[in-house]
Design a protein around this ligand. Structure first.
Ligand code: G6P
Ligand code: ZN
Length: 583
């Protein structure tokens, strides 16, 4: 057995190591500075209770982006030096964010060991490569991201760190080869186990969904399928699940080879960045060559986000979670005994609210960020949740889950088409969505993003909106002056959330204007931007009349958009005549 020793390396604080909502995200060259990764990793170890480090089992892996391989070797050496008992690494350092969550919760080592946490190496949907982004995020024993109490401690530690522990003489571990390598240190044995990235996750998916019925759907001459991993880690799951387990053609997988730089692309599954898929589905400007598939989906770099498309049809993330919730009990075995409750983030449309009311389900509206769902799930209050930002998931893990969302959709399509897979007319994605609108009404929805706005101006614009909402008569006078046929604002507030589980309070989570007819305008500052500030404006209008649910979304929303822009004096504050991105 190779022996190692522990070196105490002198270090000094490095500015700016404050983890954001999803860990520490910076340019690769920032992470490559001497001691940068080491300081952050040691600060994380020091923020955890001793039992979660000494003698513990930790997972280290990520979306495979540039610099991951170096970071993995550093973390292995530091874990050894800090008394960790074993490290689990997905083959080639690959594990999707949802798979990490699954591994923490489900995987049992040969000797009965269980993981107590994970370093996830990802910057999610941000581009990768030597000039792009890298990230480190720590997840806890429940499989979810570290709560603020821990990330605050990590940050405090980064401001005072003066030493870190590392096993410098521990040789690099070959992370391409499956197997266990054991080392001997001052405190005993240390193991590094490289395991198959997909098998635990595939097993979990098979325990949730009826793979046989999805297999029948995928082999039906009536159905066609397409999945785009945008060269992210989703590709490592697409082949084992969609091709090997479910019998899809290999040609239905697009960009499913994980690459360190995501092929130079922007691994964010939306209509702008998932260009190839969008074209294949007949939605791009150029249209598709040939008949588009019936179903298409894309994932982001770490495969926790998803975009679902039908033939020439876009499903909004807000509708997606509502439709999954409405159909889960009959279509997905995991939910067959009913849903514990459902939840959405505040800016996500109220489509889910209507389903919850109809099905008499517990319902929660939480601030933006997946961690709020995790608390509800740990307390057994929520089964399915989602966000407008292309995140959907359930209580099978504590992260959003892109492939789970695709399997949920395939399950629903399979269920709706039980009778007509061999020849009858297929109930399509578009049919499912339109039928949903006809039953529950439709929430027309759009999001305007003003990126990289001057931070001071963005703050002022929010302050203006907070002040304005305190006088409803004033607001309604302005609204009526802009469009007399838009309904009255019934209430407005700055969203504040009291967590029903731990009673913690989150303030300043966005400004809401709620209209009498159920329409909403929401304004908030993005919490994930890296330059300047990003203002997000979410515009939503509820239409109950089933004869009016089929309109073009931007057209239906035009009067409300006009009201939103004028009411908020958007152009005056931002100096922009148009948003950077419209979704
Ligand atoms: C991350 C989180 C999501 C959240 C999103 C919001 O992706 O994981 O839970 O919805 O950020 O981003 P924003 O830029 O709007 O703050
Ligand atoms: Zn992601």
């Amino acid at each position: 057995m190779v022996m190692f020793s522990v070196t105490r390396k002198r270090s000094a604080p490095i500015d700016g190591q404050k983890p954001g909502t999803s860990g520490l995200r910076k340019k690769v060259k920032v992470f490559m500075q001497p001691h940068y990764v080491q300081n952050f990793v040691q600060s994380t170890f020091n923020a955890l209770t001793t039992d979660k480090v000494r003698g513990a089992t930790l997972v280290v892996s990520g979306d495979g982006r540039y610099y991951s391989k170096d970071a993995i070797q550093i973390i292995i050496k530091m874990a050894a030096a800090n008394g960790v008992r074993r490290i689990w690494v997905g083959q080639n350092g690959l594990l999707s964010t949802p798979a990490v969550s699954a591994v923490i919760r489900e995987r049992v080592g040969v000797d009965g060991s269980k993981a107590s946490g994970a370093f996830i190496l990802t910057a999610s949907h941000n581009p990768g490569g030597p000039h792009e982004d890298f990230g480190i995020k720590y997840n806890m024993e429940n499989g979810g991201p570290a709560p603020e109490g821990i990330t605050d401690k990590i940050y405090e530690n980064t401001k005072t760190i003066n030493v870190y522990l590392i096993a410098e003489d521990l040789p690099d571990v070959d992370i391409a080869a499956i197997g266990v390598t054991s080392f001997g240190g001052p405190e005993g044995q240390f193991d590094v186990e490289i395991f198959d990235s997909a098998s635990d996750y595939v097993k979990l998916m098979k325990s949730i969904f009826d793979f046989e019925s999805i297999r029948k759907l995928l082999s039906s001459p009536n159905f066609s399928f397409c999945y785009d991993a945008l060269h992210g880690v989703g590709g490592a799951y697409a082949k084992p699940i969609f091709v090997e387990e479910l019998g899809a053609q290999e040609s239905s997988l697009l960009n499913c080879t994980p690459k360190e730089d995501f092929g130079g692309g922007h691994p964010d599954p939306n209509l702008t960045y998932a260009k190839e898929l969008v074209a294949r589905m007949g939605l791009g400007k150029s249209g598709s060559q040939g008949e588009p598939p019936e179903f298409g989906a894309a994932a982001d770099g770490d495969a926790d986000r998803n975009m679902v498309l039908g033939k020439r049809f876009f499903v909004t993330p807000s509708d997606s979670v509502a439709i999954i919730a409405a159909n889960a009990v009959e279509s997905i075995p995991y939910f067959s005994s009913g849903l514990k409750g459902v939840a959405r983030s505040m800016p996500t449309s109220a489509a889910l609210d209507v389903v919850a009311k109809h099905l008499k389900l517990k319902f929660f509206e939480v601030p933006t960020g997946w961690k709020f769902f995790g608390n509800l799930m740990d307390a057994g209050l929520c089964s399915i949740c989602g966000e407008e930002s292309f995140g959907t998931g359930s209580d099978h893990i504590r992260e959003k889950d892109g492939i789970w969302a695709v399997l949920a959709w395939l399950s629903i399509i399979a269920y709706k088409n039980k009778e007509n897979l061999s020849g009858g007319k297929l109930v399509t994605v578009e049919d499912i969505v339109r039928n949903h609108w006809a039953t529950y009404g439709r929430h027309y929805y759009t999001r305007y993003d003003y990126e990289n706005v001057d931070a001071g101006a963005a703050k002022e614009s929010m302050a203006y909106l907070v002040k304005l909402q305190s006088s409803l008569p004033e607001v309604n006078k302005i609204v009526k002056g802009i469009h007399s046929n838009v309904s009255n604002v019934a209430s407005a507030d700055e969203f504040e959330y009291k967590d029903p589980v731990d009673d913690s309070i989150s303030k300043h989570q966005g400004i809401r204007y709620l209209f009498e007819d159920g329409s909403r305008l929401v304004f908030r500052l993005s919490g994930t931007g890296s330059e300047g500030a990003t203002i997000r404006l979410y515009i939503e209008q509820y239409e109950k009349d089933s004869s009016k649910t089929g309109r073009d979304s931007q057209e239906a929303l035009a009067p409300l958009v006009d009201v939103a822009l004028k009411l908020s004096k958007m152009q005056e504050f931002t100096g922009r005549s148009a948003p950077t991105v419209i979704t």
